[in-house]
Every structure is written in structure tokens, then in C-alpha cells.
Design a binder for this molecule. Sequence first.
Ligand SMILES: Cc1cc2nc3c(=O)[nH]c(=O)nc-3n(C[C@H](O)[C@H](O)[C@H](O)COP(=O)(O)OP(=O)(O)OC[C@H]3O[C@@H](n4cnc5c(N)ncnc54)[C@H](O)[C@@H]3O)c2cc1C
Length: 411
Amino acid sequence: MIRRALRLGLGPGLLGRGLGAHREGSTLDWHGKVSEIKKKIQSVLPGGAWSPLCDTSHLPPEHSDVVIVGGGVLGLSVAYWLKRLEKRQGAIRVLVVERDHTYSQASTVLSVGGIRQQFSLPENIQLSLFSVEFLRNINQGAKVCLMSPEQLRKKFPWMNMEGVALASYGFVSSSNHMETAIGEKVTLKRIHEVHVKVDHSQEYQPVECSIVVNAAGAWSGRIAELAGIGKGPSGTLQGTKLPVEPRKRYVYLWHCPQGPGLEAPLVADPSGAYFRREGLGNNYLGGCSPAEEEEPDPGNLEVDHDFFQEKVWPHLAQRVPAFETLKVRRAWAGYYDYNTFDQNGVVGPHPLVVNMYFATGFSGHGLQQAPAVGRAVAEVMLEGHFQTINLSPFLFSRFYLGEKAQEHCII
Ligand SMILES: Cc1cc2nc3c(=O)[nH]c(=O)nc-3n(C[C@H](O)[C@H](O)[C@H](O)COP(=O)(O)OP(=O)(O)OC[C@H]3O[C@@H](n4cnc5c(N)ncnc54)[C@H](O)[C@@H]3O)c2cc1C
């Protein structure tokens, strides 16, 4: 359910603060004027406590050009780029709808925050490079080198080289009708409005819109279903679902005074275990994805501490002998926005529900790629095609065509 609405460029709230440069000053004047008029009316009425005017400032607008479902890093990035790339300031009205303003289960706040360039698909490398450059405001190219075990041993003497033949080290300073090709008759649909549930109320406010962006992370499969996506005969385009679902992943924070120093990069072991240093106090963050047949129940976010003892720690201690003595201090769980088809992002419009756009399914690498993904989605919306990075392999149609954009470097 959609519980909370944040209006981009029109009103106060989280998003307005994050994008202050694009906020329209007139909103503040409007609120000021309304409250001035209310005060005047109240001052001439008896019993001053009740208000003769109904304050609707908490309600979403009745119209918005774009409604983005999900106010995580991907939804906000799409909103940012739409406003940044619009031809005239204030030309596009964007509404970001977020159901949980504490972000208690959002992947964005529960992630490890690791950034890397080591992916098997060129598109993923480009997405990460663009995003790092965007985040750090630098103008450099790819900075990955292959290192022999000897070179690695010299650079990181704390690491056990057993089983390592070659390592990759990244060092960026830090309704119409049509037929498909095979003759399937399909109906094109549009979403005309979304219904936003208002805070502290059972009411839904309809918001008319031209485009809906599905950036609901681990829950984006459900949003797609609401739009009728996947509700057709199986094997057809209409019956093709968005294959994104929540998969529970644990993050452990441990302390180890003898552990690797400040130069330690994000380390991904061939076993799947990974870690990075967290801050200055000899703390480390890490984990490991479970095997497919051992996927934990995503029904809650409880942490399995045995998983660390049995599946993570042995690999960590094998790779970094100093980790023999580590002490786990905290742990939490979050949801990967897991694309079961090929563990990669889904970007761009749906082929049938033509005004639903996706920015989802990044299966554990969405945080670092969010700046580039947001830009790509905004480009397709505004220009009709990808401009900066060609993300055509990430279009929804691949699920129907059976064309995997398989990413092998998932951690
Ligand atoms: C444990 C863990 C470790 C990770 N580590 C990394 C890492 O090291 N590097 C990296 O790049 N990525 C990492 N990721 C992945 C990354 O966090 C995600 O890919 C990214 O945050 C996805 O962003 P999002 O905006 O799509 O999702 P979210 O942050 O989950 O945002 C989606 C939002 O949609 C909202 N929503 C859902 N349904 C509705 C609805 N009906 N109405 C309104 N709002 C709705 C939710 O409340 C949520 O806030 C990790 C993820 C986890 C769980």
C-alpha cells in the first residue's frame, strides 16, 4: 500500500530537502499566505480553537506528470535526473510516493554500501563507473588492474593467497492493439492515475499522471502485478511477470584489532564471502549470499547468527588469517531486490503497459549504480532512448524473449 507522498519541487519533506536547488520558491509563499489568511479569519471568529479552513497541504496533488513509486535510492535518483534534465525549470511535475518514511525495510539503508567495478557485463561496469564519477565528482576512466598473487601479497600482506590465481583490483580514488513478431495479439495499456493512501487516514487520493515509475525495490513485483503485468496466459508477453522478489541477506559487523588497515579495499572472495572496512575503529562489514537451495524465509528480517559461524567466518578467516580472532558486534538483515531471471537490473518502459517504467531488480548492486540508472530512466522518458549508457539489454522484453543479461559477479 502506498502510505506517504512526497512532492518533488512543490513542497516540503525529505525529497524537497534533498533537491533544494530545484524547489520552487512560490510554494513557501503560498503556505505563508494560507496561514496568514487562516490567522485573520480565526481572529474575527468566536472560540478561536477550531479552524474554518480545511488544511490540505498533507495531501498529494491531484495531477503529476510522473509518479515514482518508491522513495529509495533508485526512485530518488530518477526524480533527481528528471528535474536536472528537464528543458525548462519546473516543466515536469514529479511526485515520489514512499509508504514508509522511516525506511525501516528499504534496501538502501540496510545495504553494505560497497562500490566496485568488477562485473561480468560491460553495462554494469559502465553503470558503476558513471555513478562513482558522479558521486565523487571526478573525471577519470576505468581504474581496474589485474594483479598476480605475488603483487597482491606485496600490496596486502595480511591476505592469504591460497587458491588465488589472479585478482582484480579497482582503485578509483576510491489501449491500442498490435502484434508481436511471432503473431501474438496484444493490447497496449496506459495507467491514468495512481491511488495514494494518505497518512493517518483510510482514504486514497487519486493522482492523475502520464508516467508511473516502478522503483519499489524488493516489492516492485507486486506493483507490476497491480498494473496487470503478468496477468495473461503463460508464455505470452501479457503473461510475463516482473521476476523481482525479496531475498533476505545478512550483514555482520565485526571488530578485529589485528585486521587489515585503512588501505583495505572491498574484498570479494571466490567463495562469495565479502567484506570491507567500516570507519577507523578496526570494524568490518561483510557477509555472503546463501546458496539457492538455502534461501532463508523472506517473511521476516531476523538474523541467523549460525550462518556467520558456518558459512561466512570460515572463508573470511581462511582469506585473512587475522580474522581468526574477530568478534561480531552487530548484525542485521535486509532484502535484495532480487531478479530471479538473470540477477540484473530492469530499466525502461514496459512493452504493453506503455507508461510504466522500471528502475528495479539490481540484486545487490543497485546502491552503487543508482546515479547512472536514474539518469538512464530519465533519458528514455525525455528523449525516447538511452543516451549516456545503452541499457537495452536491461529492458523488460528480455524476460519474454528469454534473452538473459546474466551477471555472474553477484555477491
Ligand atoms: C544486505 C544488503 C547489502 C547490500 N549491499 C550493497 C552494496 O554493497 N552495494 C550496492 O550497490 N548495493 C547493495 N545492496 C543493494 C542495494 O541496497 C539495492 O539494490 C538498492 O538500495 C535498491 O534501491 P531501491 O530504491 O530500488 O530499493 P529500496 O531502498 O528498498 O526502496 C524501495 C522503496 O519502495 C517503497 N515501497 C515499496 N512498495 C511501495 C508502495 N506500494 N508504495 C510506496 N512505496 C513503496 C519501500 O518502502 C522502499 O522504501 C545491498 C542490499 C542489501 C539488502
